[in-house]
Design a protein around this ligand. Sequence first.
Ligand SMILES: Cc1cc2nc3c(=O)[nH]c(=O)nc-3n(C[C@H](O)[C@H](O)[C@H](O)COP(=O)(O)OP(=O)(O)OC[C@H]3O[C@@H](n4cnc5c(N)ncnc54)[C@H](O)[C@@H]3O)c2cc1C
Length: 407
Amino acid sequence: MTRPRTALVIGAGIAGPAVAMALQKAGIEPVVYEAHPSGADDLGVFLTLGSNGVHALRVLDAAEPVLALGFPTPGVTLRNHRGRRLGSSRIGVPLADGTTSQTLRRADLYRVLREIAVARGVRFEYGRRLVAAHDTGDAVHAEFADGSETYGDVLVGCDGINSTVRTIIDPAAPAPTYTGLVGTGGYARGVAVDVEPGSYEMVFGRRAFFGYALEPGGEVWWFANLPRPHEPARSELEATTESRWREELESAFAADRGPLLPLVRATPRLLGTGPIHSMPHLPLWHRGRMVVVGDASHAPSPTSGQGASLAVEDAVVLARCLRDLPDPVAALREFEQARRPRVERIIAQAARVNNAKAPGPVGRVVRDAMLPLVLRLTADSKALRESYGYRVEWAAPATTAGFGGGA
Ligand SMILES: Cc1cc2nc3c(=O)[nH]c(=O)nc-3n(C[C@H](O)[C@H](O)[C@H](O)COP(=O)(O)OP(=O)(O)OC[C@H]3O[C@@H](n4cnc5c(N)ncnc54)[C@H](O)[C@@H]3O)c2cc1C
């Protein structure tokens, strides 16, 4: 086997540009194929890039333009529906220079990663939706919805939670799991909130969950998770107007204290409305010269605050494997072995938190009583250090024994 020289990178979300930059660093020439015709203008609301994700971007020399678009969000205060403080927790383990987790608009992150990659000479082709691919033994042949086709030495599926590459690798791959929550959010101005910029407030409401943070410019960025036991069908979602979503939010948060409803009302447009999914366990991450990374292989629910960070870590580790192991098939196997335990642990942690977001009345009492204690015990917990204190390495050789990073 010869070391791959070219890669077909499918998807230009977060993993795609990161994988392209990492492969370039490993001496492999990537081309990124994105289904959408242009940039990511209106994608969801905002996200938190963990301190581990900031570190991974630094490995790719791509962190500083990203940091310029975000604001530090080092911690979170949790409250119940009466406004009672249940406790607080860190959501980052600062890097050596003090940089911690950052919150930024999702569309900004997509855009800036693409811009950095383009400035480094990475080719992006838009309007190219992958529909089929097969491993020829010494290459991968990819076919697109517009009838075009191409070849590469490896194919990396960065095509998100509804990945096509995943089902090409394994037609029996499980579908994403519905978390039992629907979500939305937005940006509000002109509402006074009694919080420090960058400190998240998370409210376990009577019927639903609400989170918000004050951005240094005075805007309040918020999201809401509403329990809905049955996943709404696509037709139902399409028929749900913005005013219907607003009615649901009004009713869900009517009995809760805090600025929740004023924030919803001061928001000109709701964003990212829809059901929330995760991909907790995918049996096959790779086959031959094809592999899936990021949400395509392991989507945590948004509760984890780790999806984007894990995608960038994946990029670094994947490129390292392909750099160090001449046989691409062995390199993809090595990649999976290095990454699976970490990502599945984080996904399982997030699933446990999701359950706390929608308890019944009895569960609520138990949660409110236990959470302060749990938070005190976990303030500097192993889980926190494992998630946010992890530092992926570029230099380490790609052998299973020496893999990963250090917390
Ligand atoms: C509401 C919400 C809030 C979130 N909050 C956070 C958070 O706070 N912190 C965090 O870290 N993560 C968060 N996440 C998760 C995070 O957004 C994802 O983990 C991250 O976007 C994964 O990146 P990705 O590149 O793997 O997939 P995506 O960002 O989904 O990108 C996939 C790309 O592939 C393209 N594509 C799809 N199919 C094809 C095809 N067949 N051919 C070509 N291109 C294709 C898509 O158009 C898209 O551009 C949140 C997610 C949601 C939904």
